[in-house]
Design a protein around this ligand. Structure first.
Ligand code: KIV
Ligand code: ZN
Length: 535
């Protein structure tokens, strides 16, 4: 392989999903994995199989559905490596193997902390014990899988001499990739680059394995640090779409890829990513995690290619290179093209969705087409962005236990904001309730709460216009929490933002209910499979 090729290891489904409230359903994870494969990522870290039976199942599904063949649209000639994370324990490693073994190219990724802070306060292990455990567990992983990655957690704050010792030992035990995490986003670019150079120069066997970088963004330097590591000789970068991840997140895939590409002449490195799919991947991950993309986000933000000031606009008209270092089409930024009207047929909608990279078929296409017709009646021009928003519920469907049938609100400067909601319940029965609230959305949510009877607290409510203009489609994203569950998010789009708000809330509540019932099934299954221990 070309020595300047940088492997892109995407951990949106593992480190990204660890971001507070970013948890995804299995259907969403599968859709994200498919999108990553089409984008051309080399490795998909599909999850942490030992975390829960659901996580294991999601990794197994991705391994067989995405990790066996090259998906249409992918620039790669091999399916991506499917990787599962494991702590340095036999149980975790065995479960990670169960997760990934169905893939054509499986990988086990195991980690153990190496900084003195972690050794003393978290692991309560000596350095010698860490070396012994890491060596034994990498050896065990290698007995199951030919491709084993080891990460010394908190490497950024570890003693480099100790790192050389641990890393040398795990190479001997069979590790094929050494990933160097700046777990707490502490290092500066020159320090991190120096750390990677030191590891390559001083670790016995380092030149025979792939060195990887994994940087967190606590000081806003994750991409800069990753680039410094690559310039020092690392040839794998661990990243997430939109930079989602623990705390301030991870290095962002789209920023790193476009930095390598736009500054290719200076850096001399390349990736296998089809950059024209970046915006699509960004939208999908944002929607699936409920994490909105800030408008000023590099590469994929709504304003990343917008020119507001007169001087800039004048320059752009004369020559786009005056203010643009990349072209919007290079990263697949959807132009607001007028595409379809109310006389367009099902075939035209299906064809345009496929051209945009969102193919739909059968019932999913029928439902998206019905939504398109409703929108075309209300909105004079249906744009690409509208079509993408409308079809997104069909791409990552949430179980529809409760369905919004009707909504009527009364609000204004006089009287109490009141909402009357009619829902269809899981058994098809229809229920109506009216409630008052502090505003129309609050009243709607109170009426839904009274019918569904699942008390949730609203953590986040975000509304965005999909396109410009008074008739724009409004997209609402909400995040709710029920008891001590991880939070769930929901999404809804409509020209009426109260209706979009109701759809988003109901989608989140439906997700809470479906998680409760799958937890119940798991609990019942395990009480049948494993008799309770003798007292
Ligand atoms: O940040 C970190 O240290 C990690 C490891 C598990 C690689 O995510
Ligand atoms: Zn991490």
């Amino acid at each position: 392989m070309d020595s300047n090729y940088v492997r892109i290891f995407d951990t949106s489904l593992r480190d990204g999903e660890q971001a507070p409230g970013a948890s995804m359903t299995s259907a969403e994870k599968l859709e994200v994995a498919r999108t990553l494969a089409r984008l051309g990522v080399d490795v998909i870290e599909a999850g942490f199989p030992a975390a829960s039976p659901d996580d294991l199942l999601a990794v197994q599904t991705i391994a067989t559905e995405v990790g066996k063949t090259v998906l249409e649209g992918s620039p790669q000639t091999e399916p991506p490596i499917i990787c599962g994370l494991a702590r340095c324990t036999r149980g975790d490693i065995q479960t990670a193997w169960e997760g990934v073994k169905g893939a054509k190219r499986p990988r086990i990724h195991t980690f153990l902390a190496t900084s003195d802070i972690h050794l003393q306060h978290k692991l309560r292990m000596s350095r010698a014990e860490v070396v012994a455990r890491a060596t034994e567990m990498v050896g065990f992983a290698r007995s199951l899988c030919a491709d084993v990655e080891f990460s010394p957690e908190d490497a950024g704050r570890s003693d480099p001499e100790f790192l050389y010792e641990v890393l040398g030992a795990v190479i001997k035990a069979g590790a094929t990739t050494l990933n160097i995490p700046d777990t707490v986003g502490y290092t500066l670019p020159d320090e991190f680059g120096g750390l990677i150079a030191g590891i390559i120069a001083n670790t016995p066997g380092a030149k025979d394995v792939i060195i990887s970088v994994h940087c967190h963004d606590d000081l806003g330097m994750a991409v800069a640090n990753s680039l410094a590591g690559l310039r020092a000789g690392a040839r794998q970068a661990e990243v997430t779409v939109n930079g989602i991840g623990e705390r301030a997140g991870n290095a962002s895939l789209e920023e790193l890829v476009m930095a390598l590409r736009t500054r290719g002449e200076k850096l001399g490195l390349r990736t296998g990513i089809d950059a024209r799919q970046l915006c699509r991947a960004s939208k999908l991950v944002s929607r699936s995690t409920g994490y909105p993309v800030p408008p000023n986000k590099a590469i994929v933000g709504a304003n990343a290619f917008a020119h507001e000031s007169g001087i800039h606009q004048d320059g752009m008209i004369k020559n786009a290179q005056t203010y643009e270092i990349m072209r919007p089409e290079d990263v697949g930024a959807v132009q607001t093209t007028l595409v379809l009207g109310k006389h367009s047929g099902r075939n035209a909608v299906s064809k345009r969705l496929a051209e945009l990279g969102y193919p739909l078929e059968g019932e999913a296409l029928n439902r998206a087409f019905a939504e398109f017709k409703k929108l075309a009646d209300r909105k004079k021009a249906v744009l690409d962005a509208d079509l993408i928003a409308l079809s997104s519920d069909e791409r990552t469907p949430v179980p529809e236990l409760w369905v919004l049938e009707d909504l009527q609100v009364a609000c204004g400067t006089t009287g109490l904001p009141t909402a009357t909601v009619r829902l269809r319940g899981p058994d098809g029965t229809k229920f109506v309730h009216a409630a008052v609230g502090t505003g129309p959305v609050d009243a709607t949510y109170k009426a839904i709460d009274a019918l569904v009877k699942v008390p949730v607290s609203l953590l986040e409510f975000v509304v965005n216009a999909v396109t410009e203009g008074i008739d724009a489609l409004g997209e609402v994203s909400v995040r709710v929490r029920h008891d001590d569950q991880r939070s769930c998010h929901g999404h809804g789009a409509d020209t009426d933002i109260i209706v979009a708000s109701a759809k988003a809330y109901l989608a989140a509540v439906n997700l809470v209910l479906s998680r409760q019932s799958s937890a119940h099934v798991h609990a019942q299954k395990s009480s049948v499979e494993s008799p309770s221990p003798a007292k």
